[in-house]
Design a protein around this ligand. Sequence first.
Ligand code: CP3
Length: 336
Amino acid sequence: MRTLLQRTIIDKEPNLYPIWLMRQAGRYMPEYMAIKKASKGFLDMALDPVKASDITMQPINAFDMDAAIIFSDILIIPYALGQGLDYTPAPKLDLFDPKIFDTDLETFFKKCEPVYEAIRKTRQQLDPSKSLIGFVGAPWTLYRYMKGNNDVASMDPFTSREHIQSLVKFCVEHLSKQIEAGCDCVQVFDSWAGDLGEDFIIDYCFDPTAQIVSEIKTRHPDVGIIGFPRLIGREVKNFSAWCDPYLDCVSLSGDVPVKFLYKHLGTVALQGGIDPEALLGYDREAIMNATLPILRQMQDMAYVVNLSHGVIKETPVDSVAFLVEVIKRFRKQSRN
Ligand code: CP3
């Protein structure tokens, strides 16, 4: 059975408007804070399959979202490669050593095993009509954190391309294992793609992402794949072209007018674009104003409701509940 999210992004069925939010499980939820208080830091939550699965289910139980995203982090890949990781509370990685790319897959999978177990546990609890989303950070975003350097122009181009290529391999393997454990859709987060100027965007964003997406689609043709090249403006058109025909959906960061997307991104489904700041301060009118124009513009397109970035931690729970209510009412009317 296809979920609403799969029907929208793989089959390109319009007007279904499935909703989930990036960072839908997190510090704005009192249920999350209760588990956090009883834990010894972020890794103690993310690498405990029972806690990670319970946290993943919190926004499903509270708001009846159409998809759950597994509670983990993009930095689990460097962690599993042996780069020390601590969240205090911002993530801090130990000094980068390129030897970590020689890590064998068996060792890598063993360290990621709690994530796969959390996925299996979540799939057992989650209604089959809802998607379970797995994810990775895209190679450039991971590399930026691993090196502690956001300036690609200052990096040795041959060495960094080699490292990016190693990350492609581990991203593919980590996504595949998440799919085998029960994820039916995946998202590739390139949160820092906007740092890459036009000199670097092909080699560091488009090409590595396209390699990941084509390999995953070939191995798992029934899994929906979402790309999130954040803040790259109109380059989003070239991103989709590079990933065609393997990428199902592009997640938007609100920096490109919907009119442009209409004209140029015909073959992929679209996701997101709603300003997360509209959810601050519980203002029902602000929430409707930030949402309804986008829903109307996306009419008769395959569109997934989401934000342009993660839920902000100061967001009132009532704002998220109201957003979901608006979407569900809109959905009902648009089907009549
Ligand atoms: O979206 C979800 O609900 C699933 C879980 C998820 C987390 N991180 C949990 C998390 C996902 C998909 C991520 C992805 C992630 N992690 C990205 C890409 C998306 C984005 O936001 O741009 C990035 C860049 C990271 C790295 C990261 N992890 C940072 C910069 C931080 C600290 C800053 C912050 O927002 O707290 C984290 C920690 C983190 N990852 C938290 C959560 C819920 C906060 C943990 C806490 O303080 O309780």
